[in-house]
Design a protein around this ligand. Structure first.
Ligand code: HEM
Length: 186
């Protein structure tokens, strides 16, 4: 056997004998299974604009109010990233629905979990999470996720800090998404 073959066999053996690697591979396999299983059970609902709930009126949420929208207590699924609340019901149900791979984020502030690439319960705080202990590189990552969510999902409003008053959106005639919906209907 030449040395390059020796090397690749060595890496292969290392990956499959190191317990941490085996654990990480199992986590990946489990997440992939969850993602693809829920896609299948929803049929071919991955088209660009899946049918579903109508857009929500613009409003802000306290952490407690957000928690209602977990896809179980309320059919709608909202989550927050970097202080912005998104409606992921129609396009993200296979990720954030009950028993789905990222269901832990449903009705919650997902910022810390997304920043640290973690899915355990410790990344979800009971109260408002100001993220002030995160490293600048983690905050960069939160902002990247926020941009990704802005592109893909409907923005509903802001996540309120403790004691912060909600914005009165009654002057806004229609949200952007309602306008989109209306022009589609016309
Ligand atoms: C460890 C192995 C992992 C694998 C193999 C994996 C794989 C995937 C795949 C295939 C998708 C679907 C992409 C798409 O169709 O658009 C996805 C989405 C996603 N992943 Fe993972 N993932 C892993 C770990 C994680 C972890 C630890 C997090 C924690 C934050 C995470 C957060 C997400 C989120 C939030 C989405 C959905 C994004 C959206 O709403 O569009 N993933 N992942």
């Amino acid at each position: 056997m030449d040395s390059s073959e020796d090397n690749s066999t060595g890496i292969f053996v290392n990956v499959f004998t190191n317990p941490l690697n085996i654990f990480l591979l199992s986590v990946c396999a489990y997440l992939l299974y969850k993602i693809f299983k829920s896609d299948e059970s929803e049929g071919l609902s991955t088209e660009s604009e899946p049918a579903g709930l109508p857009p929500m009126k613009r409003r802000d949420f306290t952490v407690a109010e957000l928690r209602e929208y977990d896809g179980v207590k309320n059919e709608r699924i909202l989550l927050s990233v970097n202080g912005k609340v998104f409606d992921v019901t129609n396009r993200g149900k296979s990720f954030y629905g009950p028993n789905c791979a990222y269901g832990i984020f449903a009705g919650r502030d997902a910022s810390r979990g997304l920043a640290l690439f973690r899915l355990d319960k410790e990344v979800i705080k009971d109260g408002y999470d100001d993220l002030s202990d995160l490293e600048p590189s983690d905050m960069e990552s939160v902002k990247e996720w926020e941009m990704q969510f802005m592109e893909k999902y409907d923005y509903v409003g802001r996540l309120l800090k403790d004691g912060e008053e909600p914005t009165d959106y009654s002057d806004e005639e229609e949200t952007g998404d309602e306008q989109k919906q209306k022009s589609k209907d016309d």
